[in-house]
Design a protein around this ligand. Sequence first.
Ligand code: AMP
Ligand code: MG
Length: 522
Amino acid sequence: MSKINELKVSNTFCAELPADPIEGSARRQVENACFSYVAPTSPSHPSLVHVSNEMLKELEITDANSNDFLEIVTGKQQFPDFKSYAMCYGGHQFGNWAGQLGDGRAINIAEVEVNDKPWVLQLKGAGQTPYSRGADGLAVLRSSIREYLCSEAMYHLGVPTTRALSIALSGDKVMRDVLYNGNPAEEKGAIVCRVAPSFIRFGNFEIFASRQDDKTLKELVDYTIRHFYSHLGEPSKETYLDFFKEVMLSTKKLMLDWQRVGFVHGVMNTDNLSILGLTIDYGPYGWLEDYDPDWTPNTTDAENRRYRYGNQPSIGLWNLTRLANALFPLIEEAKPLESILKEYQENFREEYLTMMLSKIGVFKLKNGDKNLISDLQILLKKTEVDMTLFFRNVAEFDCDHPVDFFVQITKDSYLSNEEIGENRLAWEQWLINYAERLSLEELTKEERVKSMNSINPKYVLRNYMAQLAIDAAEKGDYSVLNELYELLKNPYDEQPASQKWFSKRPNWANNKIGCSMLSCSS
Ligand code: AMP
Ligand code: MG
C-alpha cells in the first residue's frame, strides 16, 4: 500500500529501447526510435470526476483524495523519477497503410510494478506530442466518459481490456465538430488515466518493418517477449513464431469475447490492436441491440461497414496478417507464419459455434448444431430481437412448453406485434427444435441457467446509457455515471433495483447522435 507518488517505478520501455534524441512536442517523423520524451501539458483547473476503486486496489494506492493524486493523473505534476513519453507506431487504417501515427494524445506518465505485476499509467488527452499531426492532443468529456465506463465494464465482463484509474476535467475548453459538418463548438476537456501492462500495438511493429529498420524491430520484439511472453524463452526464430502464435490465440479469444457480449469496437485499425490481446482505444464503439451482424456504430465507416459486428473476426485475422508481414524480416520464412494464420481461420469456426451454443445452454457439440445456431441468427436478425435480452431471457425457456417463449421474443423485439407475427411459425419451429436439442443435454435446468447466466450478461453499457451519463455529466451531475459504474461491476448478476437498465433501447434514442451513431470526433 502506498501513495501514488511512492509506487515502485520499474522503467523498462525507455531503459531498454531506443529513444528519439529530440525532446518536446514539435511534430516530426521519428526514425529508429520506439518513443519520444514529452511532458503532458499542464491543465488549468483539473478536478476529478471519478476514480476506479478496483484499480486503486489493484495498484494499492491509498491517497486518491490527495492533491498529488489529482495532479499526477491530470499531468499537472510529473511522476517522481520518471520521464514521460509518447510511443511511436504506424498502422493500417480502414485497410490502407497510413504511415507513422503514434501516441498523438496519449502520454505514458509512469511504469510501475505492484506485486510483481507491471503497469503503465497513461494519460489520454493531456496535450500534444510529436505524433499529434494536425490535432490538439486533447480529449473531451463525452468520449472520456465512454472510454472510462466501458473499459471498466469490459473488465468486469471478463473481456481482456486496458483499464482506467481515473477520469478528470482539465478545466480547459476543447473545440470539436461532433458531426463533422462545419459546426465546431466548445466542449469540456477531460483526461483519462488509462492503465495496462503495456500499450504496445500491432502498429508498433509495423512502423519498423515499413522502414526496413530490422534492428529496432528486433529490439522491440525481443523486449515484448522478454517482458510479456517470457515463458517462451530466449529470442530466436522459433521464439518469434511462438510469440506470433500466442498473439494469434489471444486475438482470437478477444474476437470470441466481443462476439459473445455483442461489443462492436468500431475502429479495428492495426494501431488499435493490442499485442497483449486487450481491448484498446474506446472510440466510436457500440453494443449490439437489435441483432444485426451488419451494424456498426461508427458513422465514418457507414458506407463500407468494414468494422461491422459480423466482420470483426475476419478483421482480427486481417490484422494478424499485417502483423505476420511485420515480423517476417525476423523469421524469413512465410510458411510457418501462414500456417499459424490458417489455424486462426480453421479453429475460429468451431470455437465460435461452441461459444454461440453455450449462449443457449448447449454445451456438447452434436451434428445439426450448426443449423440450430444459423437458423437462430437469421430469425434474430429478421425479427430485430435485442441480443442481450434474448440470450439472458432464453435461460428461462421451458422445454415442456417451447412455443410459449414466442411471447417473450415478441416483447424483446423492436418490431411491432404484427410485423413479428409474420415470422411466428418459423420461430415456433425453431423453439421446438431447441427444446428437442436441450433434451439431449445432461444438465438440469438449474445447472443450465447458472452456466448460461455466467456467459450472457444481464447488463451491458448500451449506447443510450452512456449518453445519459454524458448528458448529466455535461451539466456537472455525475450521478448517472456513478450509478452505471456500480451497475456494470456485476454485469452477470441479477440486480433487481436496476431492472430498468435491463430493457430495450427507448424510442427517443433510436436516431440520436451518441446513442446509435457515433463519429470519430472525440
Ligand atoms: P484512433 O484511431 O482514434 O485511435 O486514432 C488514430 C491516431 O490519431 C492515433 O495516432 C491517435 O493518437 C491520433 N489522434 C486521435 N485524436 C487525436 C487528437 N485529438 N490529438 C492528437 N492526436 C490524435
Ligand atoms: Mg488509436
